[in-house]
Structures are given as structure tokens and as C-alpha cells.
Design a protein around this ligand. Structure first.
Ligand code: TUI
Length: 312
């Protein structure tokens, strides 16, 4: 068990170099603490949740993980980003990851508070900018990921980011087993971030319909919607997401109408399992996620497999 000890395990003080994605509406204290207690880094998603709810989630996680680290993901497009940027300092959160924007303006305050900052980025240019701004590491996220995505694939993006920056790189997008982890390491990554696999964790509190969709998904069952709005998002293929994508394609759904229909659709998926109006975000690797099990079992199995492959 030495090949997956990296600058990421050192930086974060964790056993396995794995981060659980900060999935909006999904990543809460139960899942985050299960991942952190298993030796990875669990994240609470800021999403667009009320600040008092997030304070409670942070405190619950702290109580559940003891001295193990955990983090908070801040979605920079969200209206709560400014407030949450302050809350993580007040609450002594050890790690912050950011998505969907440039966290530059918050960086100095977070660094001063001793927070480890790991922006999620979809391009080499942003990775370089984040390194200059003082990021401790970056997550290079390929278009295979669920949710809001860039254009480049994990296979192309990760080695180019690794070549462009000195700070350690964490690979995300399309990874759901030990083979994916080993492959990411071969590309130069020193850690991985997984979202879709953790949707099937026992501790993940999404609606059973959501879990079923992920478990039953085949290789061709993810679809990107929102290209017309400039915010492409990968989802499970459902009647709703297919209708959105075809409406965008044939022009019958204007970007304004798209925004109107999808407002609140993440919550409808996660909490209500609403197949008619919910956006069930998932990565392109959902076809390989077939079993509900504890997060700890997932992590341990994946690293046994990755270590074996990397030791060859
Ligand atoms: O952020 C994510 N994934 C997400 S956020 C989300 S919630 C949402 N809801 C409705 C519409 C859109 C999103 C669901 N999934 N991943 C990290 C990520 N960050 N992917 C791409 C980016 C990104 C994009 C642009 C990071 C930086 C960036 O910078 C632009 C700039 O400011 O230069």
C-alpha cells in the first residue's frame, strides 16, 4: 500500500487520495462523514442551500468525523457563495473545493484562515490561473462528469493540466473503479474525485428512484442538456431530459424557457424522485455503477484493485 500515497494524501492528511464530489443537493453530512471516516475526503455541497442549513451540516460532519478532515464545495454561480465563503472560515472547515467559476477573490481570506483550497477546473488556462492565485491543488474535471461540465475529456485534460502546473492534480470524470483510479495515476494525477459511484453508497440520502436510475443505467444512458444556455449539464437519460435536449436542438425550447422549466429540477430529482420534472445529474460512467453498498467498502475495494494494477 504505497503507490497511492501522494502529495494529496499528505496535503489533506487522508489515507486514500479520493475525494467525494460536492454534488449539489446530494452531498450532505451523512455521505461526507462516511467517506471521511473511510479514509477519503468527504464533501458537503454548498449548492444553493440556506446558510443555516449548511452551518448545521458542517457541525454534524465535524461531530461525526472527529479529527479526520472533510471539506465544503462552493458552487460559485450560486447566490449563497459570498456567505458560504465566510461561513467556512467561521466554522474552521479544513478544505474548500469550488466549482462553476473563478474563486480568485476569496482565495486570500481562505489561505489566511489556513484552509486548503482546491478549485475544480475544466481547462489548462484555469488551472494555471488557480495555481497563480494560490490554490493547493486542482481537480481537473473531464466532460464525462455529471452536472455542470466543460468540453474536454478526462483522458485529454488531466495530462495537459499535469504538465502545466506544479501543484498536485486530482482527476475527475468517468472514474468509478480501481481501473479508473490506476488510469488517472498513469496520466499523472495524484488523486481522484468521484461523484457518480457515491450516488450508490448506502449513506447517500437521495430518493430511491434516483439510485435505481443510476444502478440501472447502461453505457449510453447519460445525456447533456443546457448547451443552449451556456451551462451544459450531464444527466441520466429520462423522458424529461430527452425532451429538454431535443427542444434545445430543434429550437422549440428557448434558453429562457429552458431555465424556467429546469428551475428547482435538482431538488425535485434528489428529494422527490420526480421523473417528470427532475434533473437526475450523473456521470457517463453510471453504466458501471451496479450495486448499493457502504462507501467504505467501495473505497477499500477500489484501492486494492488500483494498487494491484499500479504495482504491475
Ligand atoms: O460545478 C461543477 N458541477 C456542477 S455545479 C452544479 S449545480 C448547477 N445547477 C444548475 C446549472 C448549472 C449547475 C452541478 N454540477 N463542476 C465543476 C466545474 N467547474 N465544472 C466546470 C467548472 C468551471 C467552469 C467555468 C470552473 C470554472 C469556470 O470558470 C469560468 C471563469 O470564470 O473563468
Amino acid at each position: 500500500m504505497i503507490t497511492t500515497k501522494t502529495r494529496i494524501t499528505d496535503l489533506l492528511g487522508i489515507k486514500y487520495p479520493i475525494i467525494q464530489g460536492g454534488m449539489a443537493w446530494i452531498a450532505e453530512s451523512t455521505l461526507a462523514s462516511a467517506v471521511s471516516n473511510a479514509g477519503g475526503l468527504g464533501l458537503i455541497a454548498g449548492g444553493s442551500a440556506p446558510i443555516d442549513y449548511l452551518r448545521e451540516q458542517i457541525r454534524k460532519t465535524k461531530a461525526a468525523v472527529g479529527d479526520k478532515p472533510f471539506g465544503v464545495n462552493i458552487m460559485l454561480m450560486s447566490p449563497n457563495a459570498e456567505e458560504l465563503a465566510k461561513l467556512v472560515i467561521e466554522e474552521g472547515v479544513p478544505v474548500v473545493t469550488t466549482g462553476a467559476g473563478n474563486p480568485g477573490k476569496f482565495m486570500a481570506a481562505w489561505k489566511e484562515a489556513g484552509i486548503k483550497v482546491i478549485p475544480v477546473i475544466p481547462s489548462v488556462a484555469l488551472a494555471k490561473r488557480m495555481e497563480r492565485a494560490g490554490a493547493d491543488a486542482v481537480v481537473a474535471e473531464g466532460t464525462e462528469s455529471g452536472g455542470h461540465i466543460g468540453e474536454n475529456t478526462t483522458m485529454c485534460l488531466v495530462p495537459q493540466v499535469v504538465d502545466a502546473v506544479e501543484i498536485p492534480v486530482i482527476a475527475a470524470g468517468g472514474i468509478a473503479d480501481g481501473r479508473g483510479i490506476a488510469a488517472a495515476f498513469m496520466l499523472g494525477a495524484e488523486g481522484v474525485q468521484l461523484g457518480t459511484r457515491f450516488l450508490a453508497a448506502e449513506e447517500c440520502q437521495i430518493h430511491p428512484t434516483y439510485k435505481e436510475l443510476v444502478i440501472n443505467a447502461k453505457d449510453t444512458d447519460s445525456i447533456v442538456t443546457g448547451r443552449s444556455t451556456g451551462h451544459p449539464c450531464r444527466n441520466v437519460k429520462t423522458k424529461f431530459s430527452k425532451r429538454l435536449a431535443s427542444g434545445e436542438m430543434d429550437g422549440s425550447l428557448t434558453p429562457d424557457k429552458f431555465e424556467e422549466i429546469t428551475l428547482g429540477s435538482l431538488r425535485k430529482a434528489v428529494q422527490d424522485g420526480n421523473l417528470d420534472e427532475g434533473s437526475f445529474l450523473c456521470g457517463a460512467i453510471a453504466g458501471m455503477v451496479n450495486k448499493i453498498e457502504p462507501a467504505k467498502d467501495m473505497i477499500e475495494e477500489m484501492f486494492v484493485q488500483a494498487e494491484k494494477l499500479l504495482a504491475r
